[in-house]
Design a protein around this ligand. Structure first.
Ligand code: HEC
Length: 407
């Protein structure tokens, strides 16, 4: 019963995290859209700096923007604050990290083939890494570089690429993806608390002197633009946790910088289109070529297995025996109807690998998680070797060929 309670609890946290994240993203895009609409026509209300008209729901909305406190404003209690989705997204994000990645660090964060350390060290590295990256990110934006937007973008990109490579030397592929996804997610959601909230509080407290300076406004605009470059990548990386070919290839860390550029150029396309009506072509050329590079990088180091499998697919008997032995000795302790592994109470994701029929049934999934990527065994905790992976690959091809004959 306890198992069910635990499983449902982690599921509930994931659910809330996804919902809060979606709402946050909606507000984020909506605020940018309002600012864009305001740039199109001037404000008619006294003291206002912008005005936007929109039509949705069951009516026509008129939104007016002020940079100072207004006399006819309702009391602060009645002000609608858009901060709850940020708070809930960050809180549930950390909770998920703790419930999944830290409570089972050997499985999800670490990989004995990458670096051997006690779980508590991996957890400390993960937490300190995220907080340090956030501090460096803020420091970059407050340094003298802030005058030069291109320089800031380049420095950020180099830093994130280096960070991804650094983590790949300590964590599993999935751990590295999670670590980078959490870092980028925190960049965009914590920005409100670190930078915007103090400024808004000042604005409410000092009606006359509380306005941000024009330089500060420019800085806010730039940061909003850069956060907007990151949001698509954050969503991609969170979803990629369920996609072993992305996070557990040999060179998965190098996919992350490409994903960052793809997310940024797609946002740039839409920003330009919404602001000027111009449909740029180059962002799509960049996106397609980088997407092809991502596919190539995810396959690098693994494709040969499949090719050699074709050559030897003729005799299947020895493969079956040894492939089954490999699956029994490396996988079945978790993937059984009654798993033996401490902490695993049900076959993970319903994948049972006990009989030859089970194994054949899951052949193509086995190929994705244990041959074309090293997602399984998690953290290579049962010590599968590259030769065994290659042999599994040949066995999968032999079985796949047999299936095809049926049609
Ligand atoms: C230590 C326990 C453990 C071992 C050993 C293990 N797995 Fe898994 N496996 C898991 C867990 C936990 C998950 C669920 C991962 C998740 O939540 O994303 C999983 C998920 C899977 C999935 C489903 C993937 C998906 O995203 O739907 C497949 C297929 C799989 N494992 C195959 C294997 C194979 C093949 C081996 C052996 C080479 C293996 N596993 C070894 C624990 C294990």
């Amino acid at each position: 019963m306890e198992v069910f309670f635990w499983e449902w609890s982690t599921y509930a946290v994931r659910w809330i995290h996804a919902i809060a994240g979606i709402v946050w993203l909606g507000f984020f895009f909506h605020t940018r859209e309002l600012d864009r609409a305001m740039a199109r026509h001037s404000a008619t209300q006294p003291n206002a700096v912008g005005e936007a008209w929109s039509i949705r729901g069951f009516g026509i909305y008129r939104t007016v923007k002020y940079l100072s406190k207004q006399d006819d404003m309702p009391s602060e209690k009645l002000l609608v604050w858009y901060k709850w989705p940020n708070i809930v997204t960050i809180a549930t994000g950390f909770l998920l990290l703790a419930l999944i990645y830290y409570s089972q660090a050997e499985l999800y964060l670490m990989d004995i083939n990458v670096f051997v350390m006690p779980a508590w060290q991996a957890i400390i590295l993960s937490i300190c890494g995220i907080l340090l990256a956030l501090s460096i990110h803020e420091a970059i934006y407050r340094s003298s570089l802030k005058q030069n937007e291109k320089a800031i973008l380049i420095v950020n990109f180099i830093f994130l690429t280096g960070l991804s490579f650094f983590y790949s030397n300590f964590f599993s592929g999935r751990g590295t993806f999670m670590q980078m996804g959490a870092t980028l997610g925190l960049y965009v959601t914590s920005y409100f608390f670190i930078n915007i909230l103090p400024s808004l509080n000042k604005l409410l407290k000092y009606p006359v002197d509380g306005q941000p300076s024009p330089e500060k406004l420019q800085w806010f605009l730039m940061r909003g633009r850069h956060n907007n470059y990151l949001v698509l990548t954050v969503v991609f990386m969170m979803l990629a946790m369920h996609f072993p070919l992305a996070h557990s290839g040999k060179y998965s860390w190098s996919i992350i910088p490409l994903l960052i550029v793809i997310g940024a150029v797609i946002r740039h396309y839409f920003d330009t289109f919404h602001e000027t009506g111009k449909r740029l072509v180059w962002p799509w050329a960049v996106t397609v070529s980088l997407a092809l590079s991502v596919i190539f990088l995810s396959a690098l180091g693994t494709v040969l297995v499949r090719q050699s499998g074709h050559k030897t697919a003729g005799s299947t008997q020895p493969f079956n025996l040894s492939a089954e032995t490999i699956l029994l000795s490396r996988c079945s302790m978790c993937h059984a109807r009654n798993p033996d592994w401490v902490g695993i109470h049900l076959p993970p994701k319903g994948v049972v690998l006990e009989t030859s029929d089970d194994m054949k049934y899951w052949a193509s999934e086995i190929e994705k998680v244990a041959v074309l990527s090293s997602a399984m065994p998690p953290g290579n905790i049962t010590g599968i070797t590259d030769e065994e992976r290659a042999l599994l690959g040949q066995w999968v091809v032999a079985n796949a060929n047999k299936e095809k004959l049926l049609f």
